[in-house]
Write a protein that binds this ligand. Structure first.
Ligand SMILES: *C/C=C(C)/C=C/C=C(C)/C=C/C1=C(C)CCCC1(C)C
Length: 237
């Protein structure tokens, strides 16, 4: 169970509430940054940066609602908003992989495979957090996560990135590290916030599940966007 059931309602100094506030601000600021930069790029890179802005913007809106729900102590709604946010933003991150590899000949099927796997990953995660059998659902979710990591690190996506070479390969590598390290924060938070064999791990009780997720979202959504932004800057110069 999460620690947040103990929080004093409405206290902004609580790390859950505080990270929802600052997360909301960070996502809004990042969205403004990406949207306002659009005109400086060559047409074919604009879509990628636009998607970066959409990812942080969708998150900003959900953070607004999650912040409200958390302040009211309504954690079930926080979880629901969280997964609605992810089911929209994670597929958009898969679209980003496709967009930067498109010029190297990536097919739509690559994008749909990544989207399909991420949908399984998130639906299973939601089942685990909203019902029982957190370990079983978490395992299913984890397998889908590994499949995504494999595809981009060693599979089809990697092959295309290598063919593209140069700045695209570099950007692809950065995104791969985000998925391997940045995305791994989520299952750690899940294991901290749900009950299972992993309660013996040192991460147990370290942070509230929402603090884990808020930190991870800031790193991954804004970081991903900046990698794409940097690539677009290089390609436009
Ligand atoms: C912007 C939101 C992002 C990048 C969310 C990513 C979420 C994950 C990688 C979640 C993964 C999970 C597992 C691998 C197992 C446990 C359940 C999840 C859903 C937390």
């Amino acid at each position: 169970m999460t620690n947040s059931t103990l929080l004093i309602l409405g206290d902004v100094n609580d790390p859950v509430n505080f990270t929802f506030f600052i997360g909301c601000m960070a996502m809004m600021a990042a969205s403004a940054f990406f949207f306002l930069s659009l005109n400086q790029f060559d047409k074919k890179w604009r879509t990628s940066v636009l998607v970066s802005g959409l990812i942080t913007f969708i998150a900003a809106v959900h953070y607004w609602y999650m912040r409200d729900a958390a302040m009211a102590g309504d954690l079930e709604n926080v979880t629901a908003f969280r997964y609605v946010d992810w089911i929209l933003t994670v597929p958009l991150m898969c679209v980003e992989f496709y967009l930067i590899l498109k010029m190297a000949g990536a097919k739509k099927s690559l994008m749909w495979k990544l989207i399909g796997l991420s949908t399984i990953m998130l639906l299973a995660g939601y089942m685990g957090e909203s019902g029982d059998s957190a370990v079983m659902w978490g395992t299913i979710s984890g397998l889908a996560y590994f499949a995504i990591a494999y595809m981009i690190w060693f599979g089809e996506a990697k092959k295309l990135a290598t063919e593209a070479g140069g700045d695209v390969l570099q950007a692809h590598k950065y995104l791969c590290w985000f998925v391997l390290v940045g995305w791994a924060i989520y299952p750690l938070g899940y294991m901290d916030g749900t009950t299972g064999w992993y309660d013996a791990l040192p991460t147990e009780g370290l942070l509230d599940i929402n603090v884990w997720y808020n930190i991870a979202d800031a790193i991954n959504k804004i970081g991903f966007g900046l990698v794409i932004y940097t690539l677009a800057v290089k390609k436009t110069a």
